[in-house]
Design a protein around this ligand. Structure first.
Ligand SMILES: [Zn+2]
Ligand SMILES: [Zn+2]
Length: 360
């Protein structure tokens, strides 16, 4: 019998605003653009069965942690024809509050959890606030009750839940995080959960702030790509980003291709055509591409960061209006342009004072 294929529903239930730097261990305050987080659970339907992946959090938890529920999980499931109380199988990718809350929603479900995750959330690591703040003791103790109630199916590494549905331990973000690989009509789809929060993480090989083991996290990116196979991904571009790109094209007559580099700079930061470029990837590309050109022209090399600062300072010194410098630098606020990028000195102040001298 052929392996069944499944439909996957992504159900967004909550949202939180955030600046980009807040999403990376090595976040730089210059990365001051909006990079909000959306919260999802997923439903896998096919072969006469339904699997829900993660349970999200409820309204009191949203209030406690200052998140915004956009659509309660039960309503989202209902919208795709799933009654939460009828669900028999729930995969818990990991035990963070945003993945295993909503305690009352699945009274008839069996929960699929990795051995390592259960050991992790009941062991010594939870003594550390730096790690335990993303967990809720109530969620953990409820899962312990489920263990005693015979409602937890443990997995150790890779396991098959049904023909065409497998779980794979990744670790990294938490010690026992697992992803789910699902057979669909367009090939295998991997629900990464927090193994990569954004494409920006997997594409630039940078890591999210909440972390158990950086090595496992980075290795996990390779595992995700291997499990997914061909990567014909659609990269979401926010409305704001599209407007900015469109504006740039109007300004200097460049085609979109001119903003998207198709170069392989080596190292971890491979730059692909038609994909947004992360800051790290761009810097790596810059270093790789400009060194040779500048050396041939007899110009000393400066990294992208220094070049951007010099560019902004030179413009300001030459009298460019600050609103335009902000626009050219892509800053979200003039504050950044003035406070961080304008390196004017005493000589510049003297030059400005000379503006008051009356010519005779
Ligand atoms: Zn998480
Ligand atoms: Zn999460």
């Amino acid at each position: 019998m052929a392996t069944p294929t499944y439909q996957i529903f992504a159900i967004k239930y909550a949202h939180v605003g955030r600046k980009a730097w807040g999403n990376f261990v090595d976040g730089d305050p210059h990365e001051d653009w909006d990079m909000p987080l959306d919260y999802y659970v997923w439903a896998i339907v096919g072969g006469g069965r339904t699997f829900v992946v993660d349970t999200g959090f409820d309204a009191p938890m949203a209030k406690k942690r200052d998140r915004k529920i956009v659509h309660p999980v039960e309503a989202g499931l209902e919208a795709v024809g799933i009654r939460h109380a009828d669900v028999k199988d729930v995969v818990i990718t990991h035990m963070h509050y945003d993945h295993c809350g909503n305690g009352a929603l699945f009274p008839n479900a069996r929960f699929h959890v990795q051995d390592t995750e259960m050991e992790y959330v009941t062991g010594r690591c939870m003594c550390h606030h730096q790690i335990n703040h993303a967990f809720e003791a109530d969620d953990v103790s409820r899962m312990v009750h489920h263990v005693f109630g015979g409602r937890v199916q443990f997995h150790d590494g890779t396991d098959e839940l049904a023909p065409g549905i497998t779980v794979h331990k990744i670790g990294g973000h938490t010690k026992g995080l697992q992803c789910v690989r699902v057979a669909t009509e367009r090939g295998p789809v991997v629900l990464a959960s927090d193994a990569t929060h954004f494409y920006a993480h997997i594409d630039s090989r940078r890591v999210f702030r909440v972390l158990y083991n950086q090595g496992d996290m980075l290795e996990g990116y390779d595992t995700l790509e291997r499990l997914a196979g061909a990567k014909d991904r659609v990269i979401p571009l926010t409305q704001k980003a599209s407007i900015v790109v469109a504006d740039m094209d109007l300004m200097d007559g460049l085609k979109p291709e001119d903003h998207i580099w198709s170069t392989k700079p080596g190292g971890g930061n491979v730059v692909y055509r038609d994909r947004p470029i992360s800051n790290t990837a761009m810097q790596s590309w810059w270093a790789h591409e400009t060194k040779g050109v500048l050396a041939r022209a007899g110009v000393p090399y400066r990294n992208m960061h220094v070049t951007r600062h010099t560019f902004a300072t030179r413009l300001i010194r030459l009298g460019a209006r600050i609103e335009n410098v902000k626009q050219l630098m892509g800053h979200t606020s003039i504050q950044t342009t003035v406070d961080i990028y304008g390196h004017l000195g005493v000589e510049d102040a003297r030059a400005d004072l000379r503006l008051l001298e009356v010519e005779v």
